[in-house]
Design a binder for this molecule. Structure first.
Ligand code: FAD
Length: 448
């Protein structure tokens, strides 16, 4: 059986190690950070993520779901905050399904402990991969404390080392026909915090993902088990209402007074957080093919980093691990050239689709959630899905609560949208009011 080396112990790396160890592989995993179970996470902040069905299935099939879900906080819908202090809960599903807020640090520790529990998995911290020699099949590692460099031969290499993957950089330099490009958004983000109330209580609705939409920018907040909320402001890097316009403490206060008046009183550390936390950029990475022959492969963000607006980046990384495992089930563990190619083919069209969906969901979150037409369409979508559950599904539900390949969800969503536009909302609403037969006649007859 081949010996596996994994670069990166973020979210994808340890789950991949777990899958492969369960199949009997010996795995060495190299991570540039110190062991976060001992040293904590940089900044020590509780940053959280939305975990949904695809990610949960990836965890479930590696038998680590139960442990992870202990600390999950269900979020039933988007709580949209108006400038006038109004609140509107927009449920994520018609049937009460929800997404989950989960601590990135807690999840990282659970996955690391679960995979290290296997005697065949070894973690090596403080070692950054600084080069991959594609001819010699070697990785060069640098100790982040001492600077000492070591070289290791690799047999089968997976790079789960995130958006700046060292393997991908080597592939860009050396592999003919390998292409990679990052499309940067003109928006960036900054993380802020709403602490608990005086009695340790949540100060805004616990079981929701909060959004303050402002068309060209927005803030969101996700709950943590300690009753804090991690808020993320997404705004243009430059120009009107952009990060470069907010320089002084007074600028920060004035911005929040104007646009987030109900959140400001709940954010006593706003000024400190503003200055202490970085403003980071967001981009989408497209690259391919993801593998070098039968011995090296990109996975997770290293292969397909996306913007966070569908809450799917980590979910897609976990789905990668599950699909690779499926490919191994289908092909057996022998022909790794064919396995890696099949994995790439099964995933690429889907990760391209979620990349596209994630960019368009930014517009939905920051603007459309308060748009009349959008809300009307949501109602139509819900009514049609209730009437024809096998033929109609809201796009958000297909992406978030199903395992339909992302590309198929995107395709079906587009077909549905085109059909509604073609027939017209007025006609469809009138048909829905009359019942299923009328909808058949007005809507589905058109699509034949
Ligand atoms: C603001 C924001 C919000 C997000 N929200 C969500 C969400 O709600 N839901 C969701 O599903 N996804 C979300 N994502 C996306 C999610 O964070 C990523 O998709 C996920 O972290 C990818 O996991 P990964 O393990 O592939 O990469 P990473 O998490 O980036 O992990 C890479 C690991 O490799 C290590 N590493 C890097 N380089 C080297 C090297 N040269 N040598 C050794 N080790 C190395 C790093 O230290 C790190 O531990 C969000 C992303 C952002 C930026």
């Amino acid at each position: 059986m081949r010996h596996v080396t994994i670069l990166g112990a973020g979210l994808t790396g340890p789950l991949l190690a777990l899958y492969l160890a369960r199949r009997g592989y010996h795995v060495d995993l190299y991570e540039q950070r110190p062991d976060f179970r001992v040293h904590g996470f940089v900044g020590g902040r509780s940053i959280n993520l939305a975990l949904s069905d695809r990610g949960i299935r990836g965890l479930h099939e590696a038998r680590v779901e139960e442990e992870v879900m202990k600390d999950a906080i269900p979020m039933k819908g988007r709580m949209v905050h108006g400038l006038d202090g109004s609140l509107q809960l927009q449920p994520y599903s018609r049937t009460g399904r929800h997404i989950n807020s989960i601590s990135r640090g807690g999840l990282n520790i659970t996955l690391t402990n679960a995979s290290e529990h296997h005697e065949d998995v070894k973690f090596h911290f403080d070692l950054a991969c600084v080069d991959v020699d594609l001819e010699r099949k070697q990785i060069k590692l640098r100790h982040t404390g001492t600077g000492e460099e070591i070289v290791r031969d690799v047999d089968l290499l997976f790079a789960a080392d995130g958006a700046n993957s060292s393997l991908r950089q080597a592939m860009e330099r050396k592999i003919d026909g390998f292409t990679a490009r990052t499309e940067w958004l003109s928006h960036g983000y900054k993380e802020l915090e709403i602490p608990p109330g005086p009695n340790g209580e949540f100060l805004i609705e616990k079981n929701a993902l909060h959004i303050w939409p402002h068309h060209d920018f927005m803030m969101i907040a996700l709950p943590n088990p300690d009753a804090t909320f991690t808020c993320t402001l997404f705004a243009p890097m430059e120009g009107e209402n952009g990060f470069d316009q907010i320089k002084t403490d007074d600028d920060v206060r004035a911005y929040f007074e104007k646009y987030f008046p109900d959140a400001l009183p709940l954010m006593p550390t706003l000024i400190e957080d503003w200055h202490n936390n970085p403003t980071s950029q967001l981009g989408t990475l497209y690259c391919g093919p993801w593998h070098v022959d039968d011995w090296a492969c990109l996975i997770g963000d290293a292969a397909h980093a996306i913007v966070p607006f569908y809450g799917q980046g980590m979910n897609a990384g976990f789905e990668d691990c599950r699909v690779l495992n499926d490919v191994l089930d289908d092909h057996g563990d022998e022909d790794w050239g064919a396995i890696l190619q099949e994995f790439y083919l099964r995933r690429k069209r889907n990760t391209d689709a979620i990349a596209q969906l994630a960019v368009s969901n930014f517009l939905e979150m920051r603007s459309k959630v308060v748009d009349e037409k959008f809300l009307r369409k949501k109602k139509i979508d819900a009514a049609l899905a209730d009437m024809f559950p096998d033929r109609w599904a809201p796009l958000y539900e297909m992406v978030t609560f199903s395992h339909l390949p992302y590309a198929d969800a995107l395709g079906q969503g587009k077909q549905q949208d085109d059909l509604l536009e073609q027939v017209g909302y007025d006609q469809v609403e009138a048909a829905i009011a009359e019942g299923m037969e009328k909808v058949e006649e007005v809507l589905f007859a058109v699509s034949k």
